[in-house]
Design a protein around this ligand. Structure first.
Ligand code: SME
Length: 165
């Protein structure tokens, strides 16, 4: 396991993601615990980009909703129904959602009044079933762009094939 996370704030955002994703792969390669790996992925994203809230919501098949998983940031709501909020909508539509102003998203669930924009990416199994979502929130409007959408999707695709069973 890597003992230190290397970041390069002078690099382009795309390069920062590439550096991060490589390190995440090596950070997780010898560890089989899903909680340990998802926790370190949140911490690595937080260290690299410093966003306000970063976390996973995982599909609870029995309760048929999303339940809060490993995260970094303030306390958050624990359960989200399918189709509710940005997370439940990303689950239902199996799509990355980039919300530049959360107040303009009907049904947005405000875990914190400080969150202003967010991206939610679904985590799909190899069979295309949603296993959970990754939610990243920012304290400023319009924080996320197409690079964030693509790279967070790339990360979630990898998580869906390597980390979550
Ligand atoms: N805003 C999310 C809820 C999760 S919190 O932001 C951590 C939503 O609307 O689904």
């Amino acid at each position: 396991m890597a003992e230190e996370l290397f970041t390069d704030p002078t690099a382009s955002k795309e390069e920062q993601y590439d550096l991060l994703l490589k390190q995440i792969a090596s950070l997780c390669e010898d560890e089989t615990s899903q909680v340990a790996n998802l926790s370190n992925i949140c911490a690595a994203l937080k260290t690299t980009f410093g966003w306000f809230w970063i976390g996973f919501y995982l599909v609870d098949k029995e309760q048929k909703n999303l339940v809060l998983g490993p995260f970094q940031g303030p306390i958050a709501c624990t359960r989200i129904a399918k189709g509710k909020g940005v997370c439940g909508t990303a689950w239902e539509k199996k799509k990355v959602l980039n919300i530049p102003d959360v107040n303009a998203f009907p049904g947005h669930i405000a875990c914190s009044a400080l969150a202003k924009s967010e991206v939610v990416a679904p985590i799909l199994s190899p069979l295309g079933e949603v296993l959970g979502v990754l939610d990243v929130d920012s304290e400023t409007y319009e924080t996320f762009d197409v690079t964030d959408e693509q790279k967070l999707k790339q990360l979630c695709d990898w998580i869906g094939t390597h980390i979550i069973q």
